[in-house]
Design a protein around this ligand. Structure first.
Ligand SMILES: NC(=O)c1ccc[n+]([C@@H]2O[C@H](COP(=O)([O-])OP(=O)(O)OC[C@H]3O[C@@H](n4cnc5c(N)ncnc54)[C@H](O)[C@@H]3O)[C@@H](O)[C@H]2O)c1
Length: 304
């Protein structure tokens, strides 16, 4: 079951910069849980703002990022990772010291470097975060108030981060239904390279390979559940994923090297006809996956 927040939290004015899937979902979750009184947003794409307003995801939108953050007690950066520096530079001249800032970017080391580049040092009220929840959909139309329910959010505060800001962001995510874990930013990027970034790369590569085959229509027509399960995330937003691979390339390349080594090993076993050894690898892998299934099942049971 998701942690119940121990504290109450209330923001009069929440500014969302980047009103897409994650920004819109957080806006909804904060409004419905009573944490946010008034949610105001800015996005480069005005259609997202108009849709957000007409569908009740936000209460107001502004013409610029700077106007949006005026008087905001909470500012959420929900733009693609590579846009964080641009947005911060826009709001820096009007930023008030009372405002708490956070982000939702899928890579943390790069975001913190961008924050440091803009401000000279990471402001004590900036708490970097990453919800481990999402989907292959994007845009405010995909917003879901329950997106973070029973999901983890990793926050990566620094030694210099204001503990009150950390506590506020922790409580904010708990109020949105998530449970919060704290992690060192570099460790976060390594873990996510393995558990999220590599699988996305493999899904994109598989679909690219199959669709280049002579009769790709036939391949997709007869696709079994395995291909469907494995490749769903290849429908994810290409811009967002380009940014993630650009900003976390070292950690991704490290696990990709290990994966390529494993593939080469399996290829050699097939070429050499060493199917006993191939079967041993599969058995080892199945055991690990079965254990993972048990962990997932336990987690599902705890949700109810
Ligand atoms: N989609 C997921 O599954 C997921 C999960 C966890 C974290 N994230 C992170 O959340 C962030 C947002 O992802 P999303 O899925 O909501 O994407 P999205 O495409 O749905 O929304 C991003 C929005 O940011 C806007 N934008 C881009 N540059 C901007 C700028 N300079 N100023 C203002 N607005 C700008 C875009 O117009 C878009 O509407 C990313 O950093 C991503 O890494 C995504």
């Amino acid at each position: 079951m998701a942690e119940q927040p121990e504290k109450t939290l209330f923001f009069e004015r929440v500014a969302i910069l980047g009103l897409g899937l994650i920004g819109g979902s957080l806006a909804l979750a904060l409004k419905s849980s009573g944490v946010a009184q008034h949610v105001v947003a800015f996005d480069l794409d005005q259609t997202q703002l108009e849709l957000g307003l007409s569908s009740g995801v936000i209460d107001e939108w502004c013409e610029s990022a700077a106007d949006t953050v005026l008087e905001a007690d909470l500012i959420v950066l929900a733009v693609p990772v590579m846009a964080v520096a641009t947005v911060l530079a826009e709001i820096k001249p009007v930023l008030q010291s009372k405002s708490i800032l956070t982000d939702v970017g899928s890579v943390k080391g790069y975001v913190l470097e961008a924050v440091e580049d803009v401000f000279g040092q990471v402001p004590e009220n900036f708490v970097a975060g990453h919800p481990i929840a999402g989907s292959e959909r994007h845009g405010v139309a995909a917003s879901d108030e329950k997106l973070f329910n029973n999901h983890k959010v990793i926050i990566t505060p620094l030694k210099s981060t204001n503990p009150e800001a950390v506590s506020a962001i922790e409580t904010m995510w708990q109020c949105a239904g998530a449970s919060v874990v704290m992690m060192d930013p570099a460790h976060h990027d390594q873990v996510l390279a393995q558990t999220s970034h590599l699988p996305h790369l493999l899904a994109y590569a598989l679909i690219d390979t199959l669709s280049a085959q002579g009769d790709s229509l036939e391949i997709f027509e007869y696709a079994a559940g395995g291909l469907r399960d494995f490749s769903r995330i290849a429908a994810s937003d290409p811009t967002m994923w380009r940014d993630i691979f650009r900003s976390n390339s070292d950690a991704v390349l490290s696990i990709l090297n290990q994966y390529q080594h494993e593939l080469s090993t399996l290829q050699a076993l097939i070429e050499d006809g060493d199917f006993d050894q191939l079967s041993a690898v599969f058995a080892r892998s199945k055991k690990a996956r079965d254990h993972f299934s048990e962990v997932l099942a336990r987690r599902e049971t705890n949700k109810t």
